[in-house]
Design a binder for this molecule. Sequence first.
Ligand code: WTA
Length: 645
Amino acid sequence: MSDQELYPVPAAWAEAAKVNRAQYDAMYRASVTDSDAFWLEQAKRLDWMKAPTAAGDWSFDEGDFRIQWFKDGVLNVAANCLDRHLATRGDQTAIIWEPDDPAAAPKRFTYRELHAEVCRFANVLKAQGVKKGDRVTVYLPMIPEAAFAVLACARIGAIHSVVFGGFSPDALAGRIADCDSKIVITADEGRRGGRRVALKANVDEAAARAPSLEKVIVVKSTGGDITMGARDIWYHEAAAGVSADCPVEPMNAEDPLFILYTSGSTGQPKGVLHTTGGYLLWASFTHDLVFDYRPGNVFWCAADIGWVTGHTYIVYGPLANGATTLMYEGLPNWPDASRIWQVVDRHQVHTVFTAPTALRALMKDGDDFVRRTSRTSLRLLGTVGEPINPEAWRWYHDVVGEGRSPIVDTWWQTETGGALIAPLPGATDLKPGSATLPLPGVQPQLVDENGQVLEGAVSGNLCITASWPGQMRTVWNDHARFFQTYFTTYRGKYFTGDGCRRDEDGYYWITGRVDDVINVSGHRMGTAEVESALVLHPKVAEAAVVGMPHDVKGQGIYAYVTLNAGETASAELNTALKQWVRKEIGPIATPDAIQFAPGLPKTRSGKIMRRILRKIAEGDVSSLGDTSTLADPSVVDDLVTNRVS
Ligand code: WTA
């Protein structure tokens, strides 16, 4: 990766920039020298029932650990995303929905219509007894009701927990049980790439393992055949009997807005909790700055609402800013690799925001699929989720954007609420592969293994030293785990889990996770989760999972499996184990390679040496390092010989 390859801000962007380089520098300085004044001023972009009088109140130190923002402020997220726009842009399109099947009709909802839909959904929830603080699990496909549902929760102060529709019944059950949610909102089926996903059937299966679950609200989407039982309620029937008017619940800035489960290095996924004021401000602020949003622009974040990117940049950021946001039900490459660009033309999309993995997949299919579309409406391109290789970056820039559109490479995490390191299109010269510079209020720091602060052009572990409004507040039900996970590796700092290089110009280059998290197609997978799924199989004694380089996915999942005594390895068992994990967690967790191993490399104290396993999976067997401390160094030879390539 060359630090020298520079794409200056295009002239057209520099002239019309909402924030130019001098302004960015000034904002950044103000945000760190007088954080309170800066954020109280920024807070005015939201509509408060009671304006906050103080901004951040936080400490990352153990004795004093707390993170709060705008804590005497009162507001409602749905009022900010809907009600306040009615007078000025009630008839403007809020959501454009593009269906999976290109022959089916798109739908559009104005702010006024969206307001009515959300109120109705909120009243249905209320009629089922949902109150402020209750947890509502949302397991929906990418249909407009997914946006209605989360905004309805926000309106009445219920805490939503969206579970990606690709997760298995077991994964869903775990997430329902962890936050003790009594209600699940789902659909009969989802549609993706012409196929149907049996969502309601998955909920039925999950219910057996989720004792808190009392009611299931079912949206009719495909009209597919499903069984409705005693706890099931058709949404359309319930909605027919309620008013399209629902008052908003006044929420303290620190009241919870949502839980979103995400994978970490250890244990089962944790419920990342975001609160009302700080999160919404961060969503609105970053959407406005990073995407230079202007009235009339059609903004398309091509993520799923099951991930944080969908929360922040399909729903909350754009709607808080009164934007027109596009929701797409389907896949980037179905029916063919020109689909995304056709949708861009159909809806005259101004900004596309997607993951490098999608770009790499499309790039493989050739430029023709792009060139046959016009894309004249496109002005800005974004990426998120994983490091983008410069080759994919250049393809996006030159072929998709025809050199006209800057690329905003946004680095962030479920935990951060929104982008933390990203260019501003009218301010920041770009370098392919670098997320560039921190946004106002974000104070990155690189440290070595011992926590020593590293200055200048250097590589290290990425920490953030000061809180920002969009920071997660806790792990649901486990505040100790929150502190332990993020604030104990390097005392007094938030540790991101990412490795990072800083160049001579102060640009940040994220190199990937340095912990036991694998980034598969921009989705986080904990190695521990895949390992627990594998050892549940009756023939498996032990499993160790690591990441391996993958052309399209960025990283693939490589699993070493030791079978129980008496079991024999076979191609059939290999396939069966992949299917097993797919069923236990979901398709995104399917191992790309499984290697049967008679033994795993362990230290004398029994700790698996993952460093060695990673090297072998990467095919880098010439530099395995010191293996003499292993309990049985000979296992390494077998692993190397039988490596799956
Ligand atoms: C990775 C997604 C490089 C990173 C918003 C992070 C990135 C993890 C980028 C969070 C980027 C995200 N460049 N790496 N622009 N964006 N990542 O929680 O490793 O699903 O820690 O949030 O994705 O994944 P998560």
